[in-house]
Design a protein around this ligand. Structure first.
Ligand SMILES: [Zn+2]
Length: 236
């Protein structure tokens, strides 16, 4: 718990911007993989362009909306718990200010301040804005910048949509004979980019993440294509 708070307090604006960027890359990755699997599967069964467009568009909309709803729910829950923690903190500050001052002093000491300096800092912070100080030092949150569920929902909707457009356009635009190679090629190339970017943004070494991402996407397309071909053969 302390370590987590520590990390968050030091993450700052740059940390949260990187997290957003990484979430966007992962959302786009989802859109690429799931829509590619869908349209390649349908292409295994039929060469009808309308069917491909319908399947791809339905997959894009269903996926982006489900991502948006999921994100809305999860960020709302997070915001509720942050609000509850702030309300509790407010009550504690009102009902037991002395204990709270000691708590803040101890937390500052644990961050490396000497007892005297921690005491003085805690006193000054409490005088200026006790709730803000406890929110930041103890809970690792900024009361003015609680996560916004609508922003999160829109961001993941957009990220998924951008990713999903790639396989959708790649399967409907080229002439029939070139559809699959164009789609598979562009999807795998895009997965190299998103795998590399998400690893870099997550401060991991890109090599393995990139390979996993590309292999995962290739498997998804291979499996749905096989299933689509089987169904197409049975139906024919
Ligand atoms: Zn407190």
């Amino acid at each position: 718990m302390t370590q987590r708070m520590h990390d968050e307090a030091h993450g700052g604006a740059l940390g949260s911007r990187l997290n957003w960027l990484r979430a966007a890359v992962l959302g786009a990755n989802d859109g690429i993989v799931s829509t590619a699997g869908l349209v390649v599967g349908v292409a295994g069964a039929t060469s009808d362009r309308t069917a491909l467009l319908t399947a791809g568009l339905a997959g894009l909309l269903a996926g982006s909306m489900s991502m948006a709803v999921g994100e809305y729910v999860s960020v709302s829950t997070q915001r509720d718990s942050e609000r509850a923690a702030l309300a509790l903190e407010k009550r504690e500050l009102r009902e037991q200010p002395q204990e709270e001052l000691e708590e803040l002093t101890a937390l500052l000491e644990r961050r490396g301040l000497s007892q005297e300096v921690a005491r003085e800092a805690a006193l000054q912070l409490t005088e200026r804005d006790a709730l803000r100080a406890h929110a930041s030092v103890e809970l690792g949150i900024n009361p003015d910048e609680l996560a916004n569920p609508w922003h999160a929902a829109w961001a993941s909707f957009l990220a998924f949509t951008v990713g999903a457009l790639l396989p959708l356009l790649a399967i409907v635009l080229p002439p029939e004979g070139a559809r699959l190679p164009v789609t598979v090629g562009s999807v795998l190339a895009a997965l190299v980019v998103t795998g590399w970017a998400s690893a870099r943004l997550g401060a991991a070494r890109p090599g393995r993440a990139l390979v996993r991402n590309v292999v995962g996407g290739a498997l998804a397309m291979g499996i749905t294509y096989a299933a689509g071909s089987l169904l197409g053969a049975v139906g024919a």
